[in-house]
Design a protein around this ligand. Structure first.
Ligand SMILES: *Cc1c(COP(=O)(O)O)cnc(C)c1O
Length: 250
């Protein structure tokens, strides 16, 4: 086998070119959606969801100018964040989070998009204080969850947002930054991400009456980022359109 000292491995430069092409296509989609919505491109942040892909891909993305990455499982995220600690990246945690993982997450995450119950707020608050790191928090809304409940894929029903927001706002090392949703696959919003994201926009508007700084709206993925940008999303979370289709498992 030939070894070149400084030059990247051939497969690595091929992967970099692939990621660059995918990123350019996603960038074009975001730009077109911003034009259609009459919004400025810089008002929408691309967060690349790197779950199931290796730290080497995260490093390539950083080299290509990506500054925001997201993960949904602490077991995978913690080692990746450690492996990429020297890259200028902001880490977003977007998955369902168990309280026994908050200590780890508070060690590397800058934002948690999936705050959906009071016990989690308490646990994150303690973890952030212990880590001496301020943590940006978004309340995840399950638009299809019945009043007073939590959604199957995480998130609190819309009528539970205010209570959680108050808890986050009252926690010393947590910062209330906004709301997040995943377009529901079932119920009245199924197949209708535009309406789902408009509903999230209303919830965000309501939240900002009491918490004007909580202006992040995290919505839209590979399949529906245009609808999210049209409905005012400030952060789109894009995985497969940048990194490729994941195996079906998760
Ligand atoms: C995986 C994931 C995404 C990205 O989904 P794609 O369809 O691959 O773009 C966005 N948000 C959350 C919460 C995810 O788990």
């Amino acid at each position: 086998m030939m070894t070149a000292q400084a030059a990247p491995e051939p497969h690595e430069s091929a992967r970099k070119a692939e990621l660059a092409g995918n990123l350019a296509r996603v960038e074009e989609r975001i730009e077109s959606a911003c034009v259609a919505a009459g919004r400025k491109r810089e008002d929408v942040t691309l967060v690349v969801v790197t779950k199931t892909y290796p730290a080497s891909d995260v490093r390539l993305l950083a080299e290509l100018g990506v500054r925001h990455v997201a993960e949904n499982r602490d077991q995978d995220a913690a080692p990746k964040a450690a492996a990429c600690a020297d890259a200028p990246l902001t880490w977003h945690f977007v998955g369902q989070l168990q309280t026994n993982k908050t200590r780890s997450v508070a060690g590397y995450a800058h934002y948690v998009h999936s705050v959906d119950r009071l016990r989690l707020v308490t646990s994150l608050s303690r973890a952030a204080e212990r880590a001496e790191r301020e943590l940006g928090c978004l309340v995840q809304v399950a638009l299809d969850a019945p009043s007073g409940s939590v959604g199957e894929r995480g998130g609190v029903a819309p009528d539970g947002v205010e209570e959680l927001a108050e808890a986050v706002a009252g926690a010393q090392m947590l910062r209330l930054d906004g709301v997040m949703t995943v377009a529901p696959l079932a119920g009245p919003y199924a197949g209708n991400p535009r309406d789902a994201f408009e509903r999230l926009r209303e919830i965000s508007t309501g939240l900002r009456e009491a918490h004007p700084a909580a202006n992040m709206v995290s919505a839209g993925m590979s399949s529906d980022l245009e609808e999210a940008v049209l409905a005012g999303a400030t952060h789109v979370r894009v995985g497969s359109a940048v990194l490729g289709e994941r195996p079906r498992l998760r």
